[in-house]
Design a binder for this molecule. Structure first.
Ligand SMILES: Nc1nc2c(ncn2[C@@H]2O[C@H](COP(=O)(O)OP(=O)(O)OP(=O)(O)O)[C@@H](O)[C@H]2O)c(=O)[nH]1
Ligand SMILES: [Mg+2]
Length: 458
């Protein structure tokens, strides 16, 4: 199916080697031909898919040549969108690209919306929805490991598992429905229903466990360094970065603003956030900093609660540790180089009694214990092996979770001897949410939400 003709600059803004203006839709060839030399226009109209030739872009308004271009033609259905696609490759200047796009638009194409090319690829059945999401993940991947996972999804590995589960459930569902329709002829036994559903449940569970890692790889994780003034947060921030980024002094209350820096730990994109020391203060600038620190801790994926291990914990430390009892927190005993053994031991013991947070000793000054700290944080992601695919978006994780819950209810209804139509309806639910992952059943709203995150021209 070919839609109205859309166009966009597919390359980033600014200057570069080349700029690509992408045109897709039922009139893509005519629109592009209208911007070429007469000879180029004839050539393009007659060309077969996957042809390339050199020509000029000519302004349809003034007749002036705008730039030289390489014309690429991909005819429907053998193109990214499944429609006729023409790409005009020009010199990589911002103005050149804009002028070529203007020429194309004046010939009747309309400006593409964000992600509209990929959306058409999905709607025309070239890719499934999980693959469309993976396109964005590939574009945004910041580490090798994130890219590898995005690529596995782009190849359809996630969709394939989901489809397999769906088919298995559908097969059981067909039997249950058969038994519902012909109760005299078909009797169902436990082994017809339970093992298959349990198997799918276990496989979904295992993928859900890796969901934490998947989201970390695509979205990255924020680690907030928090704690009382002078605990050594900024020193630790610098030590983890390997550069002298934040100001460190012996004056409590040195840091005011949040500082953010990117690092990679085991291929996971991590954003470290240094914050102001937590304390009651009347000083207006510091008070704003403390409020930001609290917010950063509560919005981060994990808070590293840094303490000066050369002295006992204070009431203020306990106030925060209690407040964050249900969050992910690692208690970092810093200044291990100068902290007396018995003080460290006492702190560890009391933290272990009062909380379930892991405790790690480090010295920001000497670098001792930093590896152990990283391992502790990385260990909080369930470790999927590198070739097994993990979900990449919160949407996928949410669908998996819903499918898992529906299967759980189906099994429970079966075991408790509910009528089979109840069991069947839960299985239908599970199939429906699995279909949402691949997009074979999906609402317009969800599509809009997914593709709005793309850039124009993708
Ligand atoms: N011996 C020792 N001193 C440290 C260590 N880490 C930090 N310090 C010292 O502790 C003091 C405070 O360090 P900062 O990193 O500024 O502490 P902070 O938690 O960022 O303090 P605020 O920004 O005021 O909240 C400085 O004098 C550091 O040199 C460590 O591991 N060992
Ligand atoms: Mg600081």
């Amino acid at each position: 199916m070919q839609g109205e003709t859309i166009a966009a600059i597919a390359t980033p803004r600014g200057t570069g080697g080349i700029a690509i203006i992408k045109i897709s839709g039922k009139d893509a060839v005519a629109v592009a031909a209208g911007c070429l030399s007469p000879r180029g226009a004839r050539k393009l109209s007659r060309a077969r898919g996957y042809s390339v030739f050199f020509d000029r872009v000519v302004s349809p308004v003034s007749g002036e040549t705008i730039d030289e271009t390489i014309v690429l033609l991909m005819r429907s259905p053998r193109s990214y969108t499944g429609e006729d696609v023409v790409e005009l490759q020009c010199h990589g200047g911002e103005l050149v690209a804009e002028k070529v796009l203007d020429a194309v638009l004046s010939r009747g194409a309309r400006m593409a919306e964000p992600g509209e090319f990929t959306r058409r690829a999905f709607l025309n059945g070239k890719i499934t929805l999980d693959e469309a999401e993976a396109v964005l993940d590939v574009v945004l991947a910041r580490t090798d490991r994130a890219l590898r996972q995005a690529f596995l999804r782009l190849e359809g590995k996630l969709g394939k598992s989901v489809l397999g589960w769906r088919d298995k459930i559908a097969a059981v569902l067909a039997m249950v429905q058969g038994a519902l329709d012909f109760p005299d002829d078909i009797t169902l036994r436990d082994e017809d229903v339970v093992p298959a559903l349990e198997e799918v449940t276990a496989e979904i569970d295992s993928m859900l466990k890796d969901g934490v890692l998947g989201l970390a790889l695509t979205a990255g994780v924020e680690l907030a360094l928090v704690g009382r003034p002078n605990a050594g947060k900024s020193s630790l921030f610098n030590a983890l970065l390997g550069e002298d980024r934040a100001i460190v002094t012996e004056v409590p209350g040195t840091t005011r603003d949040l500082l953010r820096e990117r690092v990679q730990w085991a291929g996971i994109p991590v954003v470290l956030v240094d914050t102001a020391g937590l304390r009651e203060t009347r000083e207006i600038v510091e008070a704003i900093g403390v409020e930001r620190a609290r917010k950063a801790a509560e919005e981060s994926w994990v808070a590293l609660y840094v303490v000066d291990a050369s002295r006992p914990l204070t009431g203020e430390d306990w106030y925060w540790l209690e407040r964050w009892r249900d969050r992910r927190v690692v208690v970092v005993l810093n200044k291990a180089d100068i902290a007396p053994e018995h003080v460290k031991r006492d702190i560890s013991a009391v933290v272990a009694v009062k909380t379930s947070f892991p405790v790690v000793e480090v010295s920001a000054r000497t670098g001792w214990g930093l590896e152990k700290l990283k391992e502790t944080v990385i260990g909080m992601f369930e470790g999927a092996d590198r070739e097994s695919v993990v979900p990449g978006s919160a949407r996928q994780v949410a669908c998996l979770r819903k499918a898992r819950e529906a299967l759980g209810r189906a099994l429970e209804a079966w075991r408790e001897g509910w009528t089979w139509d109840v069991v069947a309806s839960e299985m239908e639910d599970a199939c429906r949410v699995l279909d949402e992952i691949t997009g074979s059943r999906i609402s317009e709203d969800v599509l809009g939400e997914i593709f709005s995150r793309f850039c124009v021209g993708k």
